[in-house]
Unconditional design. Structure first.
Length: 317
């Protein structure tokens, strides 16, 4: 009769040759990850896909005290069974598990609504399984949206310890550990911009460039993140409610200051677009009294001060 043995990930289970080999290979991935120090308590968002299952496994391998949380969006029949996949993986690797359920309906802006609802039930500081491929896709998504420097900086590395890995790495790790990831049909649904970028645009860019474009895009996002951080630091000395100071400041600094202020004031996920920033700067210069911005808000000038108000009332012509 086989005897349970302790494996490098800290779980008790039967050791078989493929798993033992994959354990050593997984350890080789850790230098490319950015997990916190061993012993740190972390919460991992685990959907059951290859990336998030790899996140769970590698967090344990890094010595973290892991809690896996699965969020069921209730969008398709059988989705509750995906929580069981995560629960079994959590039990296998000796980590805590919690399941959350939210109710969504299919329709417009589904990706954004699902993301917002998911993060609403996940704790602050949750780790996610985003990879370098996700980073490249995000840069292209934001480029198509007309994002500025901050958007083209892509996914921030905080709480994303797998950004140094590729999607193929997580799939290989799951295969080696004999984990069977959940396949989300949304990842094949051509209604979503990100899906078309993944399956159509990125292969075309690879063909045009004659190389794998993902490292190029991730490197560019890192450079732009440095630039965005510098602009944010310089703009931190600028009061975004001071109309006179905004009007006198260089536009890039004024734009950064306004975006950060408006994001906080309106509690919106995406930064205010460039056209709205230009309209707000017109308000700061006294060229118009107020202007509406997305999310049912407007920015008005009272004396030398800007303030955010509910939309409505007198705006620019």
């Amino acid at each position: 009769m086989d005897r349970p043995a302790r494996d490098p990930f800290g779980s008790r289970r039967l050791i078989v040759a493929p798993v033992a080999a994959a354990s050593s290979w997984a350890a080789a991935l850790l230098p490319r990850c950015t997990f916190p120090a061993p012993g740190t308590a972390v919460v991992c968002a685990v959907s059951g896909g290859a990336d998030s299952l790899a996140l769970l496994v590698l967090a344990v391998a890094a010595g973290c005290e892991v809690t896996a949380v699965h969020v069921d969006h209730g969008l398709r029949r059988g989705s509750a069974g995906e929580a069981q996949v995560v629960a079994e993986a959590a039990a296998r690797f000796g980590v805590r598990f919690r399941a959350e359920r939210i109710e969504l309906v299919d329709g417009p802006n589904l990706e954004a609504r699902a993301r917002a609802a998911r993060y609403a039930v996940l704790p602050p500081g949750v780790l996610t399984g985003h990879t370098a491929d996700d980073q490249a896709e995000t840069v292209l998504v934001n480029l198509l949206r007309g994002a500025g420097v901050d958007g083209l900086a892509g996914i921030r590395p905080e709480r994303r310890p797998l950004l140094g890995l590729r999607r193929a790495d997580t799939a290989d790790l799951c295969r080696g550990l004999e984990l069977e990831p959940v396949v989300d049909p949304m990842n094949l649904d051509g209604r979503f911009t990100r899906v078309r970028i993944r399956h159509e645009l990125l292969p075309l860019l690879n063909d045009i460039a004659g190389c794998d474009i993902v490292p190029v895009l991730t490197r560019q996002s890192s450079h732009l993140r440095d630039a965005a951080d510098l602009l944010s630091l310089l703009a931190s000395n600028l009061d975004p409610t001071d109309a006179k100071a905004l009007a006198a400041a260089p536009r890039p600094l004024a734009a950064v200051s306004l975006r950060e202020w408006l994001r906080a004031e309106t509690a919106t996920e995406h930064p205010v677009d460039a056209d709205a920033i230009d309209r707000v700067l017109r308000v700061a210069r006294g060229e118009t009294r107020a202007t509406e911005i997305a999310g049912g808000h407007r920015v008005a000038r009272r004396g030398q001060r800007l303030r955010v108000e509910p939309a409505g009332g007198e705006t620019e012509s």
